[in-house]
Ligand binder design. Structure first.
Ligand SMILES: [Zn+2]
Length: 409
């Protein structure tokens, strides 16, 4: 109920600024409205600030002694947003970087930073948004590795989504985890990366992961328009692939370019454990990749913000349809019309769906003032006795619901 009241108030504020939105063909779908409201909150300056914050450490190479301080800073940042349950999940890893001229053996403690937004209904099912906060400069290793695009950008996407979800008091039905992974860059030279540690543990604990959306390098773009992105998909992960493409085409201006891979990045260990996962990456090769020039000033915040929308929309869509991955039908249509709008006395609801449905009316403060089961066909419903004003009409059936502004005169 709380969630609905909130969404409802937002729709009102949006709808009032729109033109006369009275045609029944323009019915607003619940999910679309929510997703569009949320993705429009994504703020480029906020994303830039997080990238800058990480870049300010000069280096985030995993074998540098500052790694715990960086993890603690990220933890504090999540806590300051309201994620009081944020934890550092520590693990030990043996690194053997024998790559001439470099030869380094070290055993270190590393830290994943995990913030959780508890699901209201199916809290044991989890959707994950992640990136890695460690960075790398392949010519010098120590001292300077700003890693703005790789991968402060992916971490900043998770933070931006987390920020907005708290600000808007989003109430997911499934649990959402935002994870900043450590120790990604030397994963081929270490016995454990942050993501492999997490994925193995999740498998051992039988964690019900619905999907993992990994962002790694999502801010480099030099094309003024016609934005593209690499969708690195894994063999057998068709559900995530189709879901992500659908979301991307529907809610962003980015064209996905699909690759089927079995390697690379923080998604790989999740795939190895059999979890649904996808890895989003910029389409253009970043010439500053793994150099000391990978700084925020060579990144494109407008593109990064657009890329962030994909993961955000996946998280919302994924946590509004709680019963299983097959229920993720984004094109829910209820075959319902209602008129007139504005209405004076009688509202006609023409319902042609097969399953049971009901109509609910909510007043300006979100109280349900009327509800009625709908018959298949024409329903004539007298609401002449209700006070004049703005209402929300909700028509709800098993396969989905629609929500629309209704003016009573
Ligand atoms: Zn990376």
């Amino acid at each position: 109920m709380k969630r609905f009241v909130f969404v409802f108030l937002f729709l009102i504020s949006i709808d009032l600024s729109a033109q006369n939105n009275t045609s029944v063909e323009e019915q607003t779908y619940d999910t679309d409205s929510i997703i569009n409201i949320y993705i429009n909150e994504i703020n480029q300056d906020s994303i830039r600030n997080t990238i800058q914050l990480l870049q300010n450490y000069t280096t985030r190479f995993m074998l540098e002694p500052n790694r715990k301080n960086i993890a603690l800073m990220l933890k504090e940042k999540f806590i300051s947003m309201g994620y009081l349950n944020t934890v550092l999940d520590s693990f030990s890893t043996i690194t053997d970087f024998n790559y001439p001229p470099f030869n380094i053996q070290d055993t270190t403690w590393q830290y994943n930073v995990i913030a959780t937004m508890e699901g209201t209904q199916y809290s044991d099912s989890v959707c994950i948004a992640c990136g890695h906060y460690d960075s790398f400069s392949d010519s010098i290793l120590f001292g300077q590795a700003p890693g703005a695009d790789d991968d402060a950008s992916g971490v900043s996407a998770a933070f931006e989504i987390a920020r907005i979800f708290k600000k808007m008091n989003y109430q997911p039905r499934l649990t959402i985890k935002f994870i900043a992974f450590g120790a990604e860059e030397l994963m081929l030279f270490s016995d454990e990366s942050g993501a492999s540690y997490y994925a193995k543990k999740a498998y051992a604990n039988n964690e019900k992961i619905k999907f993992v959306a990994n962002n790694d390098m999502i801010s480099y773009n030099r094309s003024p328009d016609n934005w593209k992105a690499n969708f690195n998909c894994y063999k057998g992960m068709n559900w995530t692939k189709d879901f992500a493409i659908n979301i991307c085409m529907k809610y962003t201006s980015i064209t996905p370019k699909v690759y089927i891979t079995n390697e690379f990045g923080d998604s790989y260990p999740f795939w190895k454990q059999g979890f649904q996962t996808i890895y989003f990456e910029e389409r253009e090769f970043n010439p500053y990749y793994h150099t000391t020039f990978d700084v925020v000033d060579s990144a494109s915040m407008d593109y990064c913000a657009e890329m962030t929308k994909i993961t955000m929309a996946m998280l919302i869509s994924g946590t509004l349809f709680p019963t299983g991955i097959d229920d993720n039908n984004l094109s829910v249509t209820l075959n319902v019309k209602f008129y007139p709008n504005p209405v004076v006395g009688e509202i006609v609801v023409d319902y042609a769906g097969m399953d049971e449905a009901k109509m609910l009316l909510y007043n300006i403060v979100g109280e349900c003032v009327f509800q009625k089961e709908l018959n298949n066909g024409i329903n004539n419903i007298d609401i002449s006795y209700l006070p004049k004003g703005i209402y929300m009409i909700k028509i709800s059936a098993a396969k989905g619901s629609i929500l629309h502004k209704l003016i009573k005169e």
